[in-house]
Design a protein around this ligand. Structure first.
Ligand code: SF4
Length: 340
């Protein structure tokens, strides 16, 4: 099977008239792209796609409009970008188009237009399905809008991906598990989980300073993201990403789940639980633990800075721990031996 690859094209904060308390994107209020700049942007899109296609190999390519609320940008601009992208869908050089947007920027007319231009995947920034959380973060829409428009997306034949956040104001582990279950119930085939990071200049940052909001720690973020990850694993919903991409801004984020490898920490914690389950209650002191995992998961199983290995040594008294690649077998298996 050929690999899937996105050709990302960023539309920074364009299209969003909102002001969520946690959002760090630069505001461009009243901004409307002049026609010449729209043409320039479409040219840039073409150049980006053509450059990416040179290195596509046997990968299945998809043009991905990320970074803002795509369906909130000016209709002319949206149409020009979609038309430009659709040329590559028509010739078969890309398999489809994906975009991200807000739940309240979806309507029947918008979906008709997206379908006409070959959009296949829609990512909805839901963040939470809890009304108190949506209100506290000034999302500008309620739970009902999340459900109504997610349903429209699925009923119109698009793939739905949900984006949710961990540790927002008024949120709890229980509310996050409900949000994860809601995303499954909406019919999403994929999801991104973003533990809350507090950026300077946001309202959330002010709320931290004046004590209205207590930022989530990295440890809490791992525990709560893992609980949601389990919901998605159980329902066979693909987890596309946990945690924001690293950036200068992320490096300088003063509070919240700002660990640069938060996703790896979550996957590492998941692997740790599986290893512990496989070890069972037998005698482990002074023995050798051999862990077998799929080829790509060795560093996840070992944990960030080998934290899983250290923890297993401390908690179970193993003399040595060795991790072996086991091809494509995604099951974690263990063998406990007296000596090597
Ligand atoms: S909807 Fe997205 S882009 Fe708009 S303010 Fe909220 S987080 Fe930022």
């Amino acid at each position: 099977m050929s690999k899937h690859k996105n050709i990302p094209f960023f539309i920074p904060h364009s299209g969003c008239k909102n002001n969520c308390t946690f959002c760090s994107q630069t505001k461009i209020t009243g901004f409307c792209l002049p026609y010449d700049d729209m043409l320039e942007e479409a040219k840039r899109l073409k150049a980006t796609v053509e450059e990416a296609l040179k290195y596509a190999g046997d990968s299945e390519m998809q043009i991905a409009f990320f970074g803002g609320s795509f369906t909130g940008i000016e209709p002319d601009r949206m149409e020009l970008l979609l038309k430009t992208a659709f040329e590559y869908v028509k010739t078969g050089s890309v398999a489809g188009i994906r975009l991200s947007t807000r739940p309240d920027y979806i309507s029947d007319d918008i979906l008709t237009s997206l379908k006409k231009y070959g959009v296949t995947h829609i990512e909805l920034g839901l963040q939470s399905t809890d009304d108190a959380v949506l209100e506290a973060t000034e999302r500008g829409h309620n739970r009902e809008v999340c459900f109504t428009n997610a349903k429209k997306i699925v009923e119109n034949g698009f793939y739905l991906a949900g984006q949710m956040m961990i540790g927002l104001p008024c949120s709890t582990l229980e509310k996050e598990i409900i949000t994860a279950k809601d995303i499954v119930a909406m019919g999403a085939t994929a999801v991104r989980i973003y533990p809350t990071v507090v950026f300077e200049g946001t309202k959330l940052y002010e709320q931290c300073l004046n004590g209205e909001y207590v930022p989530i720690t990295n440890e809490e973020a791992v525990e709560r993201s893992l609980a949601c990850l389990k919901v998605f694993r159980e329902a066979d919903v693909e987890v596309l990403r946990i945690g924001l991409h690293s950036s200068e801004e992320m490096k300088n984020a003063p509070m919240g789940a700002n660990h640069p490898a938060i996703g790896e920490l979550v996957y590492g914690a998941e692997a740790y639980e599986k290893i512990v389950k496989a070890i069972g209650d037998g005698d482990t002191k002074g023995k050798v633990l051999k862990v077998y995992c799929d080829d790509k998961s060795v560093s996840i199983v070992s944990g960030v800075k080998a934290c899983n290995k250290k923890r297993l040594t401390e908690e179970y008294g193993f003399k040595r721990i060795k991790i072996f690649k086991n091809g494509k077998d995604s099951q974690i298996k263990v063998l406990i031996e007296a000596e090597e």
